[in-house]
Design a protein around this ligand. Structure first.
Ligand code: PXP
Length: 258
């Protein structure tokens, strides 16, 4: 799909955290997330996402350095707003930093960042990253208050948390699923109107991706857990190609509707 269309090309960012989760279960080097990132690149991924958590439960500092040396794709470095992570980001200068909330006890990133409530704390992070030409992305719930605060803060990108939409689909609560998708849709329209580059992700699967990919304001989806899980059955390149195929179908339909 060309970037000249009124509906922009939708990039696929592949999150390789859970390759490291499997590796760390044995404390050895296999499977290597860098190898997964290289395979993802060959299979058509447009970017790689990796989250260096405070507790290093999956991705390690070595992985980040190695990814930046080895992969031919932009790295979206997910980080909490802490001094330690800021220093690592400023040292490595990834293409983008996606600031996420982080609680040690959570299984995954459970909610979006409270940009409105944490505005004063976040200003320094946004300013310092942008001063080094690192794009700043904020991972937020599809809530107008958070989108407006993100624009006011000077973020380049807002990534909308699609977890509530995907969870509702998972438990077959279709009324909630549709309401959550509507929240994502409205947030994408608002963010786009405020000049933010809009991304989305969390919990997306083959079944849930098309409705999100059809939102014309979005420029990128970040998908991890499902693809790494599906790689067990299909292989990683085939899982990525199938996700890409479904994104392209949705995007074509969105283009025709535009
Ligand atoms: N985007 C962000 C900001 C995330 O924190 C995550 C999970 O690490 C993802 C996207 C990908 O979510 P999932 O692994 O559920 O596809």
């Amino acid at each position: 799909m060309s970037k000249q269309n009124s509906v922009p090309y939708l990039r696929l960012g592949v999150n390789i955290d859970h390759v490291a989760t499997i590796r760390n279960a044995r404390g050895i080097r296999h499977p290597d997330p860098v190898r997964a990132a290289l395979l993802a690149s060959e299979a058509g991924a447009d970017g790689i996402t990796a989250h260096l958590r405070e507790d290093r439960r999956h991705i390690s500092d070595f992985d980040i350095a190695h990814l930046l040396q080895e992969i031919p794709l932009p790295l979206n470095f997910e980080m909490a707003a802490t001094d330690e992570m800021l220093e690592i980001a400023l040292t490595h200068k990834p293409n983008a930093c996606c600031i996420v909330p982080e609680k040690r006890e959570e299984v995954t990133t459970e909610g979006g960042l409270d940009v409105a409530g944490g505005f004063d704390h976040l200003v320094r992070y946004t300013d310092e990253l942008r001063a080094k030409n690192i794009r700043v992305s904020l991972f937020v719930d599809p809530d107008p208050k958070q989108i407006e605060a993100s624009a006011k803060l000077g973020a380049d990108i807002v990534e909308l948390h699609t977890g509530a939409y995907c969870e509702a689909h998972e438990v077959r609560d279709m009324a909630k699923r549709d309401a959550e998708l509507e929240r994502v849709r409205e947030a994408a329209i608002l963010g786009d109107a405020l000049g933010l580059e809009m991304h989305a992700g969390h919990g997306l699967t083959f079944d849930t991706v098309e409705s999100v990919a059809a939102l014309p304001q979005l420029h990128e989806l970040n998908i991890g857990h499902f693809l790494i899980g599906e790689a067990i059955f299909l292989g990683l390149p085939a899982a990525i190609r199938e996700m890409r195929r479904r994104m392209d179908i949705a995007r074509k339909k969105a283009g025709r509707a535009a």
